[in-house]
Design a protein around this ligand. Sequence first.
Ligand code: FAD
Length: 542
Amino acid sequence: MSFSAKNRSEYIQTLKTEQFDLVVIGGGITGAGIALDAATRGLKVALVEKQDFAFGTSSRSTKLIHGGLRYLKQLEFGIVHEVGRERAILYKNAPHIVIPEKMLLPIIKGGSLGKRSTSLGLYVYDKLAGVNRKERRFMLDKSKTLAVEPLLNESILRGGGMYVEYRSDDARLTIEVMKTAVANGALCLNYIECTDFRLDEKNKISGIAVVDKLKNEEFIIQTKKVINAAGPWVDNLRKIDLSLKGKRLHLTKGVHIVIPHKRMPISHATYFDVADGRMVFAIPRDNIVYLGTTDTNYKEDTNFPYAEKEDVQYILDAANNMFPSLKLTMKDVISTWAGLRPLIHEDGKSPSDLSRKDEIFISESNLISIAGGKLTGFRKMAQRSVDVVCNQLKKEDGRLFQPCSTEFIQLSGGNLEGKSIEEYARNLQTQYKDFDLDKVTALVKKYGSNTKEILEITESKTNNDLLLGEAIYSMNEEMTYNIADFFIRRTGRVYFERNSLEPIIEKSHQFFKEQLYYDSETALQFREDFNKEYEGVVQFKS
Ligand code: FAD
């Protein structure tokens, strides 16, 4: 069955009637990775997500597949080694959304790193993370650093280091992993919330109670094992399971702001010092630059964290200190996003000092919860948690499963035939001459080798309207129900192209409504949900 929003009722019927080996709760990158790992080992797996896939932290990160430089500062050598290796695997399996990018590290007077320590730090990082020869760090003196990035603050600059980070798109990575899981037999469904657990006679979980949020209908999914991959909501489910004891989550909020590239015409991604000892990123992406992040304790509504005025001001002040000629103000900010880090609490540690390591908790009822971690390390997190499930099933039922093989699985869209994104797009455009090369390239950056399908749909069904072609593909192949799914998680347009969105919002809403036969109440709800997020990204201005 394809991963189409039009097949929802058949999917729900299967969830109601069949028993699964494993149900995963949470459709962020952690849950998607687990679904893929489990499906490819031969488990019968379902995944439920209470909102849309990547609705939580997995659409609100800095969108980097890190080599883990910041962990070096915290002396977490094991993490640096693991994420460095993971980065290389992801680049191989999803080259359309994991893109190497040179990162400039300016060294400033009174900054957290001196010339020697930066050089040594980047050297150790290259070694530990297994960075390939072509991408190893090099150091620059002050004049060369300024030649590379003339907008830097000359009065405090002492030099710079250049190293390679990998830029990604967190929500697209999540959906590509999810699509690959579905192609391997997983049943993944959004807008299904887990509200309770069902226990067998030995008081072990044997099912979960869920609500289909589009129909407000409750039902039970029968399963042998459950993994709680609910990110910032992991403890809510542990509470329902009556197992919220000992270690707990510690949520911290991180904000990013988006500025037009013409107001911040930097040529390199830059990772720079802030006066309080933290560091922030400025990352150019097409016509914008995004900057972040903050790191503050968070105890409010987990569903809709927003950037506050002071978060935005903090990032603007940091940018104006490093790039003083820009004189950026709140007026320059076209959009923002805020995400919650689901970290594990450690007494007495500040938000930035908390470890980013992941941990697995297994409760008496056998709820397997996985918390902490990073986007970058999702594949190993999945491997560790599916290992737990396979070991249990082996002990209980004598069943044997394949070992983890996700290292060798190309993700959906990842088949660029060994070409760069630009080469692949040029090649494709020669077959679809009606479309501009820049538009085809923009699609390849999101959908990789699946772009061909979008162009085909566009030609055959929409009279060459690319937006509609993209929407149809999204509905049919990415389980997209509404304009919030489409404009926020599948395409990032609310964050990166907010200024040009207004004229196409209503047309797109009507299109989804007609295609998916919403009733008027559902249509209104979806429109309101979209407006809430669309306005939320500029809420700090009010
Ligand atoms: P989420 O993405 O939050 O997914 C959990 C999902 O569970 C949600 O979609 C939620 O709706 C669903 N859910 C919750 N309760 C239920 C329920 N009862 N029933 C069904 N579904 C439920 N990592 C990197 O590697 N690189 C970075 O550059 C980076 N930058 C970051 C910047 C910021 C500001 C933040 C906050 C994090 C950053 N991270 C980064 C970390 C990374 O984003 C997270 O570790 C990762 O996205 C967490 O994914 P997750 O799937 O565990 O959680």
